[in-house]
Design a protein around this ligand. Structure first.
Ligand code: TXA
Ligand code: MG
Length: 320
């Protein structure tokens, strides 16, 4: 059975921390999406994450920390990594750094790589939980493998009810899509996944990022097909086909006779990011024949929105 713990209940954090310390799985809110948390130093608990998600392969997990001290015990911070952490932590940035020999995180969470992914979320509930546990929390997005990432506790339950011990409910996530992932090695920063911190903002701090060439998969979990709804997704659409639902952006909406959701009527990309996953989920159930998506500008957090839309639209032989 999966317990729903309202974040406003006194004792919710204590109960969740006890579950984590006894090897349990607890989904918790972050500012990006809900994470499926376990004690990152407990091999069996980490293995249970893969099992609960039904992940087909051991894709490495992000370790979530509450303090810089906790982060410094896991990975090697050079000047570049320190500058990025100073600028964006706590917040939606994940750093992939060389793993320290003394790093206590389960090797399973690094999936055999000699690096460790570290993130310090800014959500107060995430911070309280990690502090209470006193250890890093390994946490992928709290969805079944291949499904759309959850931005509410109800989304988490829709996919993982009965497979995890608890979910802390703190309402919808502010940012709405996952963290930006930057790998730092030998003083060079590379973009592994666009996300909640706009790439331009990262480059403002550390200079031009190395970017993947063509379609190369950087983070092992960055498969072409992801967030796969049942419905066929058509991107950059200016005319809606009969029977298709419309995922709109801005006020200039094409004619349509089916369901419609608008990511942001005012054309605000931050609002669009926060709405993206919930609206995709809704249209997927409301109109499984197909979803037409209007173009979204590829600037700021729009780059991450377009990345997720391309993965949702891709043919799906495999899944994360
Ligand atoms: O916003 C987020 O990042 C959310 C919240 C819960 O923090 N988490 C999240 O985790 O999106 P997940 O597991 O869905 O995606 C993590 C990505 C995967 O693509 C994985 O391959 C990559 O991070 N990753 C983790 N460790 C890595 C490493 N050592 N080297 C390269 N990529 C890594
Ligand atoms: Mg995920």
């Amino acid at each position: 059975m999966t317990r729903l713990l309202p974040a406003s209940d006194p004792g919710a954090i204590d109960r969740a921390a006890d579950l984590v310390l006894s090897g349990g799985l607890v989904a918790f809110p972050t500012e990006t999406v809900y994470g499926l948390g376990a004690d990152a130093t407990n091999d069996i608990a980490v293995a249970r994450i893969f099992e609960a998600k039904g992940r087909p392969q051991f894709n490495p997990l992000i370790s979530h920390v509450a303090t810089r001290e906790m982060a410094a015990a896991l990975g090697q911070f050079d000047d570049m990594a320190t500058k990025l952490a100073d600028a964006f932590w706590p917040g939606p940035l994940t750093l992939v750094l060389p793993r320290l020999p003394s790093c206590p995180v389960s090797l399973l969470a690094s999936a055999g790589l000699d690096t460790v992914a570290i993130r310090m979320p800014r959500h107060a509930v995430a911070q309280a939980l990690i502090s209470q546990v006193g250890r890093p929390l390994a946490a992928p997005s709290a969805n079944r493998s291949g499904a759309i990432s959850p931005t509410t506790a109800q989304h988490v339950l829709a996919g993982l009810e009965g497979r995890i011990d608890a979910v802390i409910d703190a309402g919808p996530c502010d940012v709405g899509l996952e963290s930006t992932i930057i790998a730092v090695s030998d003083g060079t920063a590379s973009l592994l996944r666009p996300g909640g911190v706009p790439t331009e903002a990262v480059e403002f701090v550390c200079g031009p990022l190395k970017r993947p060439e063509g379609n190369a998969i950087q983070a092992p979990g960055m498969l072409a097909s992801h967030y796969a709804p049942q419905a066929q997704i058509r991107l950059n659409v200016d005319a809606v086909r009969p029977g298709e639902a419309l995922l709109a952006f801005g006020e200039d909406v094409p004619e349509h006779d089916g369901q419609m959701e608008n990511l942001s009527t005012t054309g605000n990309l931050v609002e669009a990011a926060a709405n993206l996953f919930a609206m995709l989920r809704y249209l997927d159930t409301a109109s499984p024949q197909g979803i037409a998506v209007m173009p979204v500008p590829d600037e700021g957090i729009g780059e991450a929105i377009n990345d997720r839309l391309r993965r949702a639209a891709a043919p799906r032989p495999d899944a994360d």
